[in-house]
Every structure is written in structure tokens, then in C-alpha cells.
Ligand binder design. Structure first.
Ligand code: ADE
Length: 229
């Protein structure tokens, strides 16, 4: 079983997303187990403080090292092989390849911060720092939930059809998914591309790859001749 631990000040944040859809089914099927660890339980002062003002001045509060490092130690005690990931906007970019890499670990521990971030010394106690993208969320929790979701759906036996994971956008590194259509054949004057109705599988395959490359080039730039020599 894949074991995910979440270090957070807001364990309740994860309740609804984990009780819907694919994560719910994966938990019920015993493929994944998710445990939240409340960082505040490791506060060392009598006011249970987990944050403090930054040295050198500036706005906002930082997560203090003592409770966070104690929570990381607890996570490692519970799961000595766990891979500890800090969620921070200044981490390396999370990708589909990284999600796939995480499925090969015995488990992951996702460290979520609030306030303006973490005391830098905490970084020495984690295995890597991951960012969801170049924007700032109000905390690590939404980022951790995205990472967890992306990992869970890639675990063996989670998706009904193993093909759907393989055929995902990004399974070919950096190439976006092609456009998809379902019934009706015409909606408000917009027709499904003829080739998809043709039954010609080679032509459909070719069209899909062309569309994926065009879309990638248009939306992300410079990927149009990815697999062309
Ligand atoms: N915490 C706040 N913003 C974040 C981001 N973009 N990615 C990961 N963790 C975050």
C-alpha cells in the first residue's frame, strides 16, 4: 500500500477532496492510505505557536523550525522510508514525470506551510522542495492536494482503464493532450472534426498527434517539432 502523510495546520482541508471520486475509491480499495499530522501538536511553547516574525524585518510570519522539524521527525519515525516533500512557491516545478517518480517511492510526506513561508533551516530536514507553479497560494495545502491527486491516479490498479493514464496529456513529456469530442455530432453549429467519424484509425492517430503538437506550440511555444528530425 502507498502511504501518504500530510504535515499541516489544516488537516480538515483534505477531508472533502479525499472523499470524492478517484482518491476516495483508491483509499477504499486499500491502494493508498493518507494520514494527516497536525503540526501544532509539536509546538514547544505554552501558547502552541508555530509561526514567528522574520529576522531582518518584513511583512508576514514564518513557520518556526522547532514544531515543523519535530513533525517531520514523527513522520519519519512512522515511516522510515518516506520521501519528505516541502510545498513552496520557490521549489522545483511539479510535473507529470515527478508524479510518476513519486509512485515508485514506498510513501511520501507532504509538508504544507502557511504564512509567508518556512524558516530556511527547515529545508535541511526535507528530501525536496516542490512548487506547483509560479503563483503564490495561501498555503501549501492546495498544492499538496494536487500532488497527492496526481500521484494517486497513477498508482497501479487505481484507474479503471490503465490506458487512460498512459494516454494522458504530458505522458509524452511536454506535449499537451489533443482535443476530444463526444456526442452530439453537432452542437450549436459546431461540428465534430470529420476525421474522427471516418473510422480510419491511422488518419485519426495522425490527426491527434498533429493537433497535440499544434496546440503545444500555440499555448507553450517551441515544441512543434518535438519528435521530428
Ligand atoms: N505554497 C504557496 N504557493 C505554492 C505554490 N505555488 N506551490 C507549492 N506550494 C505553495
Amino acid at each position: 500500500m502507498f502511504h501518504a502523510q500530510i504535515l499541516t495546520l489544516f488537516p480538515e482541508f483534505f477531508e472533502s477532496p479525499l472523499s470524492c471520486s478517484i482518491p476516495k475509491r483508491a483509499i477504499e480499495a486499500g491502494i493508498v492510505r493518507v494520514d494527516a499530522i497536525q503540526i501544532r501538536d509539536f509546538a514547544t511553547d505554552k501558547h502552541n505557536r508555530v509561526d514567528d516574525t522574520p529576522y531582518g524585518g518584513g511583512p508576514g510570519m514564518l513557520m518556526k523550525p522547532e514544531p515543523v522539524v519535530a513533525a517531520i521527525r514523527r513522520a519519519r519515525e512512522l515511516h522510515p522510508d518516506t520521501h519528505v516533500v516541502m510545498l513552496t512557491p520557490s521549489g522545483s516545478r511539479f510535473t507529470q514525470a515527478k508524479a510518476l517518480e513519486f509512485t515508485g517511492k514506498p510513501g511520501i510526506t507532504l509538508l504544507c506551510g502557511r504564512y509567508e513561508g518556512f524558516d530556511e533551516r527547515i529545508c535541511d530536514y526535507v528530501d525536496e522542495e516542490i512548487s506547483l507553479g509560479d503563483y503564490v497560494l495561501s498555503g501549501g495545502e492546495p498544492a499538496a492536494m494536487c500532488v497527492l491527486d496526481a500521484v494517486i491516479r497513477l498508482l497501479p490498479e487505481v484507474l479503471g482503464s490503465p490506458e487512460s493514464a498512459v494516454l494522458d496529456s504530458f505522458s509524452e513529456e511536454g506535449i499537451l493532450d489533443w482535443p476530444h469530442y463526444t456526442r452530439p455530432e453537432e452542437f450549436e453549429g459546431k461540428k465534430v472534426p470529420e476525421v474522427l467519424l471516418s473510422g480510419n484509425h491511422a488518419a485519426i492517430e495522425k490527426w491527434r498527434h498533429e493537433q497535440a503538437r499544434l496546440r503545444t506550440s500555440k499555448r507553450r511555444g517551441a515544441r512543434v517539432d518535438h519528435d521530428e528530425k
